[in-house]
Design a protein around this ligand. Structure first.
Ligand code: FAD
Ligand code: GLY
Length: 373
């Protein structure tokens, strides 16, 4: 372990590891500092959907970036497999967005039409056709649209593969080590003080997920990132219930390898507590079995919770801190951090190499809006 690096990444979730991987590819000496084990927080809790069209409706400012990141996955999967030996279980079997009320039906029809007008594939399916596609869906499915290009990966394996590939390229990792404060020289952050000593770098990137505001506060930067807890559970079924992921207004059912299904997820803003409550789970179970009655026969596997990093205006922060040099951030990817991890790694690596990044993701974007208006 060295004491001086080109870049230090604070946080070893999918975002920190993707950034470290890209920086290592550009021959930078990188250290990731993680207060827990690598990717034990949101990045392992995620269902792994690559929901560029199912999570974002077309008029969202993140839509173009999400398309770009989704398109990177086949190459990312190959690269990570060849470096780390880990198969991220990329499945390009689509996501089916399903309406359960007349209002949802009207809304989804307009979303599918908007997406088609933007050149995206979004095939409308009547109630009859939706059951031809997925025969286990009940009469609760009134119709919906099929998105062939929204795939899925294993979120824990993706996070692990980014970290391991970064390590193969020379990234060092310090686990169970908390970054407590920053070391400042004049108007530049030059290092971090941790529970295991002091480390220095030319560039420091905070990728601390829902904890990013707390971390950056120590450098005098304010960031509007807050936690949104999500509870999930997994079951096992002997038969293959569904071929694509089913995306509902209040949750989703994602078919994984070997008959496993992930069913999620609750949304509890302001909650950092990772315990699972029956209240949340009972709602998810009712939702899922109402849509796929045969799920009642599935075998229980486990339940968990993760903390999504949300921001005040529903956009992640990817950029340099405005008041101090040498400090950047990549945080606040909320429900789409797995999907957005490949492109975020590239954007941060570009930023550190001096290339401009879209103002949309700037930390002081509200300030920029005021200045420009
Ligand atoms: P995290 O994974 O939380 O990593 C941040 C890390 O920083 C943590 O490991 C933490 O320990 C560390 N840290 C914090 N403070 C410090 C400190 N002081 N010093 C050192 N380390 C520190 N996204 C999708 O794209 N598709 C999905 O299907 C999907 N499903 C989801 C389902 C659930 C239930 C949840 C909770 C999230 C889901 N997401 C999904 C969202 C996705 O998981 C997140 O957006 C993403 O994991 C955020 O990654 P991150 O690296 O920013 O945060
Ligand atoms: N993207 C799914 C979730 O955040 O629950």
């Amino acid at each position: 372990m060295k004491q001086h690096y080109d870049a230090i990444i604070v946080g070893g979730g999918v975002m920190g590891s993707s950034i470290a991987y890209q920086l290592s590819k550009r021959n930078m000496q990188v250290l990731i500092i993680e207060k827990d084990g690598m990717a034990k927080k949101a990045s392992s809790a995620a269902a792994g959907m690559l929901g560029a069209q199912s999570e974002l409706e077309g008029d969202h400012q993140l839509f173009p970036l999400a398309q770009q990141s989704r398109a990177m996955f086949p190459v990312v999967a190959e690269e990570l497999k060849s470096l780390s030996g880990i198969d991220i279980e990329l499945k390009q079997t689509g996501i089916l967005k399903v309406a359960q009320t007349e209002d949802e039906l009207t809304h989804l029809k307009s979303v599918a039409a908007l997406q088609r007008s933007m050149g995206q594939e979004a095939e409308w399916l009547s109630a009859e056709k939706i059951r031809m596609k997925e025969p286990e869906l009940s009469a609760a499915a009134l119709g919906g649209f099929y998105i062939p290009n929204d795939g899925q990966v294993s979120a824990p394996l993706l996070s692990k593969a980014f970290a391991q590939s970064a390590a193969v390229l020379g990234t060092d990792m310090l686990e169970y080590t908390k970054v407590d404060s920053f070391i400042r020289k004049d108007n530049r952050i030059i290092g971090v003080k941790t529970t295991a000593g002091t480390y220095y770098a030319e560039e420091i990137v905070v990728a601390g997920g829902a904890w990013s505001s707390h971390i950056l506060q120590k450098a005098g930067e304010s960031l509007d990132v807050y936690p949104v807890k999500g509870e999930c559970f997994a079951v096992q079924h002997d038969q293959q219930m569904i071929s694509s992921s089913i995306f509902l207004t209040n949750g989703y059912i994602v078919p994984k390898s070997g008959g496993r299904l992930i069913i999620g997820a609750t949304q509890k803003p302001g909650d950092f507590d990772q315990t699972v409550h029956l209240h949340g789970l009972s709602g998810l179970i009712a939702n899922a079995t109402n849509m796929i009655p045969a799920l009642k026969e599935a075998k229980w596997e486990n339940a968990w919770a993760g903390i999504r990093p949300q921001t005040g205006d529903d956009l992640p922060y990817i950029g340099r801190c405005p008041h101090v040099n040498g400090l950047s951030v990549a945080a606040g990817h909320f429900r789409n951090g797995i999907l957005l991890s490949p492109i975020t790694g590239i954007l941060v690596a570009d930023l550190l190499e001096g290339k401009p990044v879209d103002d949309t993701f700037a930390i002081d974007r509200k300030l920029l809006e005021e200045v420009n208006s």
